[in-house]
Design a protein around this ligand. Structure first.
Ligand SMILES: N#Cc1c(-c2ccc3ccn(Cc4ccc(CN5CCCC5)cc4)c3c2)n[nH]c1N
Length: 238
C-alpha cells in the first residue's frame, strides 16, 4: 500500500513514520508513506497556503490551488488514490472502516488546518473522516490515527504477532481481554488461575468471554451491531 499525506505541518509526522511497527513497515518496504508539504505546491514567493474566509468569520481557510496542484502532481502516474479528508464533522472512523481502507492499493489523506479547507477541495475527496466527537487543532493527528489503524492490518506489518492476532476479535471492534505478565502475584493481586494452567483451549475461551463481557458492559452497541450483521457465533451469543 502507498499513502500520500498532504499537510502544512509535515514535521508532525517525523516520529510517527520512524518509530515502532509503522516505522519498521516503512523501512522494510512493506508499505510506502510519503508526506508532502502543501507549501511546496504554492507558486508565490511567500508560499501562501491560506486566506481569510469569504463572508467573514474567524480564522483562515486553506486555499484550494496548492492542494489541487499537489493532487495533480501526485496522481500524474500510477493508480488513482482513494482520497480521505480529515474533518471534525466527518464520518466516524472505526475498525470496520480501517479494514475497508486497508484493502485499497493507494490512499491520499488531506490534512486540514486553521478553519479547514476550501469547500472545493472536497471535489477531490472520496471520504470525509472524523476520529471522534471532540475538537482538535488540525487533521494531522487524525491522519496518524487512521494510518496506524489501517497499516497494522496490512499483511506482514505486524510480523510474527500477526498469526496470534489474526483472530477476528479485535478486527470486529470487540474490546480486548485483560493482559497479565510476571509476577504471578503483585501487591496481593493474583493472575487468574486459568492463565497459569497452560490449557490453551480454556485460556482462549476465558479471553473470548472476558472480551465479550467487557464489550457488552462498555460498548453494547458494538455487540448489537455485530448481531445485526450476523458476525457473532452461536457460542459467542450464549
Ligand atoms: N478528523 C478529525 C478531527 C478534527 C479536525 C480535523 C481537521 C481539521 C482542520 C482544522 N481543524 C481545526 C478546526 C476545529 C474546529 C473547527 C470549527 N470551527 C471553530 C469555530 C467555528 C467553527 C474548525 C477547524 C481540524 C480539526 N477535530 N476533531 C476531530 N475528530
Amino acid at each position: 500500500m502507498r499513502i500520500d499525506v498532504l499537510t502544512v505541518l509535515p514535521g508532525l509526522f517525523d516520529c510517527f513514520l520512524k518509530e515502532g511497527v509503522i516505522g519498521k513497515a516503512i523501512s522494510s518496504g512493506k508499505v510506502e508513506v510519503k508526506v508532502h508539504n502543501i507549501r511546496d505546491f504554492t507558486t508565490d514567493k511567500h508560499r501562501v497556503v491560506d486566506d481569510v474566509p469569504y463572508g467573514g468569520g474567524p480564522g483562515m481557510v486553506l486555499k484550494p490551488e496548492p492542494i489541487f496542484r499537489a493532487y495533480d502532481e501526485l496522481t500524474k502516474e500510477g493508480e488513482k488514490p482513494y482520497v480521505l479528508l480529515t474533518e471534525p464533522w466527518g464520518e466516524k472512523f472505526n475498525q470496520e472502516m480501517a479494514v475497508e481502507l486497508s484493502k485499497k492499493p493507494r490512499l491520499m489523506i488531506i490534512c486540514g488546518r486553521y478553519e479547514g479547507v476550501d469547500e472545493r477541495v472536497k471535489s477531490l475527496v472520496d471520504r470525509e473522516v472524523s476520529i471522534g466527537d471532540y475538537v482538535l487543532t488540525g487533521g494531522e493527528l487524525p491522519a496518524m490515527v487512521i494510518m496506524d489503524a489501517v497499516l497494522r492490518l496490512i499483511p506482514g506489518v505486524l510480523g510474527n504477532l500477526e498469526s496470534l492476532r489474526a483472530d477476528s476479535f479485535s478486527d470486529r471492534g470487540l474490546l480486548g481481554y485483560p493482559n497479565y505478565t510476571r509476577p504471578a502475584e503483585f501487591r496481593g493481586m493474583k493472575v487468574p488461575e486459568v492463565l497459569l494452567s497452560g490449557h490453551h483451549k480454556k485460556i482462549e475461551s476465558w479471553r473470548k468471554e472476558q472480551s465479550l463481557r467487557k464489550t457488552l458492559e462498555r460498548r453494547p452497541e458494538i455487540i448489537e451491531n455485530l448481531k445485526r450483521k450476523g458476525l457473532l457465533t452461536k457460542e459467542e451469543l450464549e
